[in-house]
Write a protein that binds this ligand. Structure first.
Ligand code: NAD
Length: 476
């Protein structure tokens, strides 16, 4: 995606890593141990489809095993290659460490355009790929736990979990071999929306950070802020939808692979999403200007730019023209190392990928814990909590009667207070807490250290320090 004169995705991640470790005092050798990717497995396998054998190439890369299992999504895209998978695995290590999800980093990918195959064919291909990884323990609840990424979702995760169970019939924790599953196959409420929801929570944390807002030259609240989103897939759709419906942001442009919609008065995210689901394209969407060269809109005037599609889209060729004062990296690696430098010099604040899109792995962690504990969150406490709340409401109602017109309960207080938290509320609360805590740990470094002038370096510093501590604890 980025121009040929730029480093590759993996090199770009290494450059950002090196910039941070230069500010740290790590023992010689440990720095390299953390940076390098431990192993990448490449598999080529055949599947008989439409009367002939088709050969596919897939990867599973393990970046760091300082904690196990290792964790990271599986991507289906024609652009998948070893460099990309290794860069994404490294980002997983740093991301898990930053948000305190107890995993090492991994990532997988299959070179395939999923739109070229029907459901049955996709199932055959996915099961065969999973078989290859399972038999080498590259999918295993205790060692390596994949999740959805670009081009994959609940459906693929359910096939993978089922394939694992077929191959490990007596494994009690088999369903924990993968996360992002549908609810009826061992999933958790709120996983599908999690990454987009995390982007929303990350923005809440940023807008509450006065010093950060000042550095971006921004004022006010999120209400009415103009947002440009690239990629209306799982992450982009949920982020844009929540920002529009719950925070009052104006989604002024949506960039997709075949063009971009632009409307300064704001687009209806749900309507555009349904249009794409029905027509398979953004073009033809009624009463809206459609720009053929969609990527051009990355340079549009706006308050918040959300690249939520793929890596390398903001690079040396366009970084100088980007006008947004705030970029939140919902995708992994959307800003190249070269572009990052240009944007920093311009004063643009970038909320880095390893934090911004960590909502997915955070809720995956909750799902893995739910699978291992074999019980839904809230099942034991909910009714007991409601019974205790009922006691308070009974007393307040008594007071209400006693006080007459002088005092009464707020109309919807009773309903809101009586309802104990179900799994979705607990997941959102855990995610919100994770995103806030991680933001504060980054922001402290960003604001307190004179030698740190951006959130990305701050994120790397916090994260690498924790990985280093865990290696030290192992005696390395
Ligand atoms: P997805 O496949 O659901 O959506 C990707 C969207 O981007 C699609 O709508 C696609 O049409 C669009 N797109 C593809 N190429 C494009 C281009 N050149 N220009 C504009 N749009 C383009 O994928 P996703 O799961 O939403 O993942 C998106 C990004 O978020 C990836 O970088 C992924 O690694 C990252 N991410 C995803 C998760 C997750 O939970 N799914 C978690 C963390 C990070």
């Amino acid at each position: 995606m980025s121009p040929a004169n730029e480093p590759s995705f993996r090199e770009s991640v290494d450059i950002m890593f090196n910039r941070a470790v230069a500010l740290m005092d790590l023992p010689p050798g440990l720095e390299e141990k953390i940076r390098v990717c431990n192993a990448t497995y490449t598999v080529r396998f055949g599947v008989r489809l439409r009367g002939k054998i088709h050969t596919f190439t897939g990867y599973r890369s393990v970046h760091s095993e300082h904690m196990e299992p290792v964790k990271g999504g599986i991507r289906y895209s024609l652009g998948v290659n070893q460099d990309e998978v290794e860069a994404l695995a490294a980002l997983m290590t740093y991301k898990c460490s930053l948000v305190e999800a107890p995993f090492g980093g991994s990532k997988g990918g299959l070179c395939i355009d999923p739109r070229e195959y029907d459901d049955h064919e996709m199932e055959l291909i996915t099961r065969r790929f999973a078989y290859e990884l399972i038999k080498r323990d590259l999918i295993n609840p205790a060692q390596n736990v994949p999740a959805p990424d670009m081009g994959t979702g609940e459906r693929e995760m359910a096939w993978i979990a089922d394939q694992y169970k077929r191959m490990n019939t007596t494994e009690l924790n088999g369903v924990a071999c993968v996360t992002g599953k549908p609810i009826n196959a061992g999933g958790i409420q709120g996983r599908t929306e999690a990454t987009g929801r995390g982007v929303q929570y990350a923005l809440h944390a940023f807008f509450n950070d006065e010093e950060g807002m000042k550095k971006a030259g921004m004022t006010g609240t999120m209400k009415g802020k103009r947002v440009v989103v690239q990629g209306l897939g799982n992450v982009g759709y949920h982020a844009a939808k929540f920002l529009q419906e719950e925070d009052g942001c104006k989604i002024t442009a949506i960039i997709e692979r075949d063009g971009a919609l632009h409307n300064e008065d704001g687009l209806d995210v749900e309507a555009v999403h349904q249009w794409i689901a029905k027509h398979g394209t953004i073009t033809g969407y009624p009463d809206t200007h459609c720009e053929e060269d969609g990527a051009k809109l990355l340079e549009a005037e706006c308050d918040i730019l959300i690249p939520a599609a793929l890596e390398g889209v903001i690079n040396l060729s366009n970084a100088a023209n980007v006008k947004a004062p705030l970029i939140i990296e919902a995708a992994n690696g959307p800003v190249t190392a070269g572009a990052d430098e240009i944007l920093r010099k311009k004063g643009c604040v970038i909320i880095p990928d390893m934090y911004a899109n960590a909502g997915g792995v955070t809720v995956s962690y909750f799902e893995w814990v739910k699978n291992l504990s074999h019980i839904r969150f809230g099942r034991m406490q909910r009714r007991q909590e409601e019974a205790r709340h009922q006691l308070v409401v009974d007393e307040l109602e008594r007071l209400d009667r006693y006080m007459g017109d002088a005092w009464s309960m707020t109309p919807d207080f009773k309903e809101k207070y009586l309802r104990g938290a179900g799994e979705l509320e607990l997941v959102r609360s855990g995610l919100d807490d994770t995103m806030q805590t991680a933001y504060q740990s980054m922001a402290r470094v960003w604001h307190d250290r004179d030698d740190v002038d951006d959130l990305r370096t701050a994120a790397y510093l916090v994260s690498i320090e924790k990985v280093a501590a865990s290696y030290r604890a192992k005696g390395l």
